[in-house]
Design a protein around this ligand. Sequence first.
Ligand code: HEC
Ligand SMILES: [Cu+2]
Length: 347
Amino acid sequence: MWASSFPFADLQLFPVAASKQATQIDQLYWFITAVSAVMTLLIFACLLAFAWKYRRRVQVESTQIEGSTKLELTWSILPFLVMLIMFAWGAQLFFAAQNPPKDAMEIFVTGKQWMWKVQYPNGGSEINALHVPVNQAVKLTMASEDVIHSFSIPVFRVRHDVMPGHYNSLWFTPTKPGHYHLFCTEYCGMEHSGMVGWVDVLNDRDYANWLAGGGTGTAGSLVEQGRSIFMQNGCSTCHLQDQQGRCPVLRGLYNKPVQLADGRTVIADDAYIRESILEPNAKIAAGFQPNIMPVYKGQLTEANVIQLIAYIRSLSPNEPASQQGDQQRPVVIAPTDANSSNSGTSR
Ligand code: HEC
Ligand SMILES: [Cu+2]
């Protein structure tokens, strides 16, 4: 950094804005900063001016001022309106951040002391690396294998805590191809500082090449991986017979309402299916007995559960995966089909 002509040329006060939301969030950030700066200057200017004007002098009788309603209303209502602008603007960005677009590509991320494991729908996986195409909305569904982590990509201005026992998600639309840092921003133990990685935003051609290169070493699509875990763990012995018996039929389950034994109705989304696998007795499907399905907590990793969910989703081929992005059009898989022998058969 000291080698360049201008000593601070490489000192980055601000990460580049490499996503659609980064630009929007920066605009709000600068608006709030500018308002704060103006207000600070105004207050200090008045303070100094009045301190000077009303300084202690000999033989000056000060007059008693009773106050001015007009003035007080003005300096209360104007800042209030400015604050409301900040609130409305911020709330709008916040809501947008909670609602990934329907056509978002879905990628799965598992935090684990001390690394990020990334799983793609085509079955590929990477450690501490994420490859995404430019100008495509991407939704990350994130789980933690152990403690609270926090997934952060500063250039995209996105960050979300990743809580054990839950799915958390965030989304972004990268706009600038490049090689950027990703971090864990929640102190999560000894080697927390090493829990860093890289995001590569690739243009369409580089992305197709990356996929074709099978860079992530695919062993069947996520659905296929899920299917074999389903077989290996004995799920199939109970669940695959399409008969109405001791076990619910999983075909057509995904994203459908499920009647529970206690009368409630829940939607069979990712979180429900995850819980049904790891802690089957937490919610019992109506008409079935508790304590029949084995508890898989501790038997399966979060990565395995993500594979199982992909498989269970694939059993509902006509269900548009409502808040989960469109599974019917797995953008990730498409470009590989032509020239790759290990492409998925998940469609
Ligand atoms: C011994 C039989 C048995 C095995 C093995 C089994 N399950 Fe189950 N499963 C059940 C029963 C019984 C229920 C209904 C009671 C309940 O909701 O927990 C159930 C419920 C479920 C549900 C919720 C379904 C609904 O309609 O709400 C899912 C999802 C599920 N199992 C997935 C799996 C997966 C994945 C595996 C393998 C990792 C598996 N099960 C292994 C018996 C089994
Ligand atoms: Cu961490």
